[in-house]
Design a protein around this ligand. Structure first.
Ligand code: ADP
Length: 544
């Protein structure tokens, strides 16, 4: 027997429509690329998104066509997303921090027909244009007054592009499984691969993430999404915030500590989300200036493991609650959040902290298991660690154009490439990426855990642990540290600091200091490059 309820397709245009109608007065505030602060209401954002849709139609864009965006978080980028997806085309976010050759690769692979881009990236695109085979015209996210002289094909200011269209438009009723957005994984191995979100997956994910114990966004929240829209769907904030009509503060391109602090205070931000490196910059700014945070209540931290020092500083020194989250592009992107259990409210802070450092519990829609290399499920005892696999309606079933082949196991689970434990309460803890784990004498050492402890040393700004070849043990850990400006520390001091905090056999065999650690386009440590750099490194213990 079938249910007798209406078939209402889960479309992102439904989110825009709801937001425009019921939260029309709420604002989107942007630190614009041109410089000044810009304010607009959701009512106007919807009007303008409709004009984007009509302008695209006028250009001949059809449903299913890909439209690229190479842009910072701004109100125009938001309008473009909803306009593109709402009319049935696919917004393809491109990460400007990728190598130019990778940008060309993914724009060609996606067959982007139009590219929306910020003023910042015009010079880069002019150099690259010859390689961008499928792009028919460039829409520069600015107005006529700020339009640069450019050789880009069909270049037009965004404001002129949409001025030619009116807002007399009804969002089409698409099949909810229609492709909606496209984001390539960074491709630390091989070429980047395209994750193709559907309307249904984006809407379900935004609802699931926004549960009360999850991000729990409210109409009264003022949200600063520092996480870029080009990085894994902006952790769903561009959808979740509009579902509840929370105001948005878009940071544009300035993400340094002082700029973020200024926005937090002047716009009275209550919630924000970013990767640990951004929060480190903010916390350093606060420490240097002695400033306090007067409105910020909660922050979400993910993208890489959140060091204990960040959680403690936010919560103890500034009264800001930290929500650690884990995910990846293929998961839309959030998989787990630090959703605490009710009894934990009475726990001593030290105990609570141990749970907060874990990556959290899966929200509804995410199923999760850990297995050994043969695919056998491992116990959820918080000790056994194995390959983390996930299943759910907002998780990739494959990559665009079949790249990477079949990525699901026989039961339909996707292998995340992460290694993790799951405890009896369901809290998952990443111990490493499968390719970064250090294999010492047949046992695994977690690089992440050592790094997290090392950055707790007052002089250490950043730490990376890699496996280096060892004649007896196969591999042993090498700790690489970047020191804070003006601070000093010796190898012995760092090792003494770690002593007693990790198992003896996990102790790095050596510590080296670098001025800088290489990062990927999504701000993660480039372990591959470090392994290459230190591939012939001779550990002192190797001589023994
Ligand atoms: P990439 O870095 O390859 O572009 P993603 O941005 O999708 O891809 O990153 C996903 C990966 O980032 C995860 O598989 C995991 O290794 C890491 N990651 C994300 N959040 C966390 C977290 N909270 N703790 C530890 N690792 C994390």
């Amino acid at each position: 027997m079938q249910g007798l309820m209406q078939d209402w397709p889960l479309l992102v245009s439904k989110i825009m429509e709801h937001c425009g109608r019921y939260y029309g007065d709420q604002q989107v505030v942007t630190r614009s690329i041109e410089g000044p602060m810009h304010r607009i209401t959701y009512r106007e954002v919807e009007f303008r998104a409709k004009r984007v849709a009509k302008a695209l139609l006028a250009h001949g864009i059809k449903q299913g066509d890909r439209v690229g965006t190479l842009a910072w978080n701004t109100w125009r980028h938001l309008e473009a997303w909803y306009g593109i997806a709402g009319m049935g085309a696919v917004y393809h976010t491109i990460n400007p921090r990728l190598f130019p050759s990778q940008i060309a690769y993914i724009a060609n692979h996606a067959e982007d027909r139009i590219l929306f881009t910020d003023l910042t990236f015009v010079p880069l695109l002019e150099k690259l244009a010859g390689e961008l085979k499928t792009i028919e015209r460039y829409v520069i996210l600015t107005d006529a007054g700020h339009m640069p002289k450019t050789t880009l094909k069909g270049a037009i200011a965004y404001e002129d592009f949409i001025a030619a269209a009116d807002a007399d438009y009804v969002w089409p009723r698409l099949d909810e499984n229609t492709a909606c957005g496209l984001c390539y994984t960074s491709g630390t191995t091989g070429n980047p691969k395209g994750v193709l979100y559907s309307h249904r997956s984006n809407v379900l994910h935004a609802l699931a993430v926004n549960a009360g114990d999850g991000l729990g966004l409210k109409n009264s929240d003022v949200i600063l999404p520092i996480v870029p829209m080009f990085h894994a769907n902006a952790w769903s904030i561009a959808f979740s915030a509009l579902q509840v009509g929370a105001s948005l503060v878009m940071p544009g391109m300035r993400l340094d500590g002082a700029s973020v602090f200024e926005l937090l205070e002047t716009e009275k931000v209550t919630f924000s989300a970013a990767v640990p490196t951004v929060w480190l910059m903010l916390l350093q700014h606060l420490e240097q200036t002695g400033a306090k945070l007067s409105t910020l209540k909660r922050v979400a931290i993910g993208g890489s493991a959140c060091p204990q020092a960040i959680i403690e500083k936010f919560e103890r020194n500034y009264g800001v609650e930290v929500m650690h989250a884990w995910g990846m592009t293929e998961l839309s992107p959030i998989g787990t959040l630090a959703m605490m259990k009710p009894e934990m409210a009475a726990w001593p802070y030290e105990e609570l902290l141990k749970v907060k450092l874990k990556q959290g519990r899966p929200m509804f829609t995410v199923e999760m298991k850990i297995t050994d290399d043969a695919g056998r499920e491992l116990p959820r005892d918080g000790k056994a660690f194995g390959r983390l696999k996930v299943r759910g309606p907002a998780i990739a079933s494959g990559y665009l154009k079949g790249e990477g082949g079949n990525v699901l196991d026989a039961d339909g689970f996707f292998d995340t490439g992460d290694v993790a434990t799951i405890d009896p309460d369901g809290f998952m803890q990443i111990t490493d990426r499968a390719k970064d784990v250090i294999k010492s004498g047949g046992e695994w050492i977690s690089s992440i855990e050592i790094e997290n402890i090392a950055v707790g040393h007052p002089a250490v700004a950043e730490a990376a642990v890699i496996g280096v070849a060892h004649p007896k043990w196969d591999e042993r850990p090498l700790l690489i540290c970047v020191l804070k400006k003006g601070m000093a520390a010796t190898r012995e001091e760092i090792l003494t600091y770690l002593d007693g905090k990790i198992a003896k056999w996990w102790m790095p065999d050596d510590v080296v200091f670098l001025d800088e650690i290489p990062h990927t386009a999504t701000g993660k440590i480039q372990k591959m490059e470090l392994r290459e750099k230190f591939k012939s490194y001779r550990l002192p213990s190797a001589a023994a």
